[in-house]
Design a protein around this ligand. Structure first.
Ligand code: PHE
Length: 353
């Protein structure tokens, strides 16, 4: 008993001194960022921290001393808590401190982008024909007369060669912006031996006044298939597959005779109007059909001008405007929205694929 009392007498001043030392440390608390303040909290206020340890020892303090030591300990705990909260609050006022910034985090908010409807439809067209064995071919947008016109059987006086239709970009009338992607087909035929089965997507230019229905540039996908014994029936089958895949299984097609310098016979293809199911409505102007592309059997003159023997080989070609297909698929009435980059319009395609 005596011994215990004696230990306590030695012990209490030491305990008080430790508390006072800690109080002095608390006064000097300083932190530059959230990590440092958290380290202080753990060191002093957590369950295994210094103050908690003192409270454990406090249980052994003699009853008559408890009041004084208890008050001192509570003061320490309150001061440490207040000081840590105060420093935390000062961080909040100033915003995050440099070391607190996670520079690897992506900034917020990031608006979700969309694929442009023209890209979506072009990709879909390419996908449908690639399932029939077509591969994509590419070529320049600035072309020469031979690839755009002469090789494709355009007579010298053909109106498409006129300044009214074609953009000539230098004084040299041989340098022009392609008016269709058929010139890519010429380039393929020049360098490749049949069988040829290519798809030529790309931007084309025509000197037209810009309106809801016409633009000075637009996009095409043209196709070319050359092999032995290629027939008009093959063409029709390939296009029917395309129409049904693009517009739905119930879609009907019809081919009307037409004229293109590079195909003979030539045709224009209509699909049944999917708005009225072919009955006739304002959209199809009461006919029940809407035109979507031009096509035909490659003219032997074109094959010969590209060095392909027209007695051995035959082929079909087709070409469509991507804007036209997009208008039909997504009911876009004004062509100009495709090049205005209005995000309110583009956002409508977020869920399209
Ligand atoms: N080149 C034609 C155009 O631009 C489309 C077409 C391609 C027609 C192939 C028939 C065959 O209008």
């Amino acid at each position: 008993m005596y011994l215990c009392e004696k230990i306590r007498i030695i012990y209490i001043p030491m305990l008080k001194e430790r508390i006072n030392n800690l109080l002095a440390e608390v006064e000097k608390f300083k932190a530059d960022n959230a990590e440092q303040i958290e380290a202080l909290r753990i060191k002093y206020l957590s369950k295994k921290g210094e103050i908690s340890a003192l409270f454990d020892e406090f249980r052994t303090v003699a009853p008559e001393q408890k009041k004084e030591v208890g008050q001192l300990l509570n003061t320490l705990k309150t001061k440490a808590t207040d000081k840590i909260n105060e420093i935390k609050a000062s961080f909040a006022d100033k915003g995050p401190v440099a070391a607190d910034l996670d520079l690897t985090r992506t900034p917020d908010p990031i608006p979700m982008g969309t694929r442009h409807p023209i890209s979506l439809v072009r990709n879909k067209i390419v996908d449908i024909f690639s399932r029939q064995g077509f591969v994509v071919a590419d070529g320049p947008e600035v072309e020469d007369d031979w690839h755009v016109f002469s090789s494709l059987n355009f007579p010298p006086e053909h109106p498409a060669r006129d300044m009214q239709d074609t953009f000539f970009i230098t004084r040299d009338p041989d340098v022009l912006l392609r008016t269709h992607t058929s010139c890519v087909q010429t380039r393929v035929m020049e360098h490749q031996k049949p069988p040829i089965r290519v798809l030529c997507p790309g931007r084309v230019y025509r000197n037209e006044a810009i309106s809801a229905r016409a633009h000075c540039f637009f996009h095409q996908v043209e196709g070319l298939y050359i092999d032995k014994n290629v027939s008009f029936a093959d063409l029709k089958q390939a296009l029917m597959f395309f129409a049904k895949e693009m517009f739905g299984e119930e879609t009907q097609i019809r081919l009307r005779p037409s004229y293109f310098p590079f195909t003979e016979p030539s045709a224009e293809m209509d699909i049944s109007c999917d708005l009225c199911g072919g009955k006739g409505c304002g959209f199809c102007k009461g006919s029940g059909w809407v035109e979507i592309l031009g096509c035909g059997m490659v003219d032997p003159n074109v094959l010969e001008s590209c060095g392909i023997d027209s007695k051995v080989y035959s082929g079909f070609a087709f070409g469509m405007g991507v804007e036209r297909i997009t208008n039909l698929k997504y009911r876009v009435k004004d062509l100009r929205v495709f090049s205005e980059n209005d995000t309110r319009f583009l956002d409508e395609f977020k869920s399209a694929y």
